[in-house]
Design a protein around this ligand. Sequence first.
Ligand code: ATP
Ligand code: LTN
Length: 338
Amino acid sequence: MDQTMEKKKVMLSGIQPSGDLHLGNYLGAVRNWVKIADDYDCFYFMADLHSITVRQNPADLRRRSVSQLAQYIACGLDPQKNTLFIQSHVHEHAELGWILNCYTMFGELSRMTQFKDKSAKHAENINGGLFTYPALMAADILLYQSDFIPVGEDQKQHCELTRDIAVRFNNLYGPTFTVPEPYIPQVGARIMSLSNPSSKMSKSDPAGCVFIMDPPEEIARKFKRAITDSDTERCVRYDPENKPGVSNLMSIYSSVTGLSFDEIERDFEGKGYGVFKPAVGDAVVEALRPIREDAARYLADKEYLRSVYADGAARASAIARKTLRKVYKRIGLVEKPF
Ligand code: ATP
Ligand code: LTN
């Protein structure tokens, strides 16, 4: 490497392979990762250890972890430019996760909205992992001395807790971890459910969720059925307070076409929701078509995918190992003699 070149800042993010990628994941996260590949040293992983905080079918989990990688690549993440790996292949995540559990407070974990939401949704399985999830997420981030965490708005609270844990550790033992910052996009940070615009689009609500692997007819159908607002005005105008349904559709349309809200309002003046909804559907179908087709091609080539995640894990481990060794030393664990 050219020694005169400045070291690139580190970006890291993960998505749980608990379902296929959806439009919220794509517009709020993955699409933005693609844009920054040349400017940062980027690490993206399938957060399989996180996904088992909710009960998973083992065969589905295995299939989805690999399928998510195919979808990452199809979205434009180049494995040469980005380190792509499966979280459980880099055992340092689980090890540092345990340690950071011991530097994360019960009160802090109790305040996490994702924990509150998921424990309400899975009342029969409020396990310890669901509660201590943010300590593992902090480990994911801090192992790589990450500078930025590109995520959607909903992950901001976890990123802030990671910062608090890093600062706490650094204050106790001296500089060990880079203190990271969340990196949240302006448009697309929070795509809402098509069936309920007051909650975020999420794979756990399939009716309101558009998956990137959905066939075009399915996508069109979901947009035609999207809930719009019960106001009498029925015009296409951006007003998230009073018109959350149509404003969400406008955010999606703007994200996939690049048009501003003003331009969209002008183009659909006097046209009403009945014209706007299918237009958004068509635009999304066209934006997702090449991704779906590429993902299907990568999925058919298991050997290629295997080589990508093997190479990714090797690159990631080399870095993670160094940080973990430093942490073990700092907290007083005896150095391994072999
Ligand atoms: P779950 O239903 O299990 O909560 P999810 O569908 O919300 O999952 P995650 O795996 O939690 O998806 O999210 C992966 C990434 O996508 C994160 O960076 C998250 O911020 C982003 N993201 C998820 N949902 C949305 C959304 N509706 N709008 C924008 N970004 C989103
Ligand atoms: N908690 C995230 C997934 C996740 C993550 C991470 C994101 C796990 N580890 C590290 C960024 C950095 C979620 O539920 N979307």
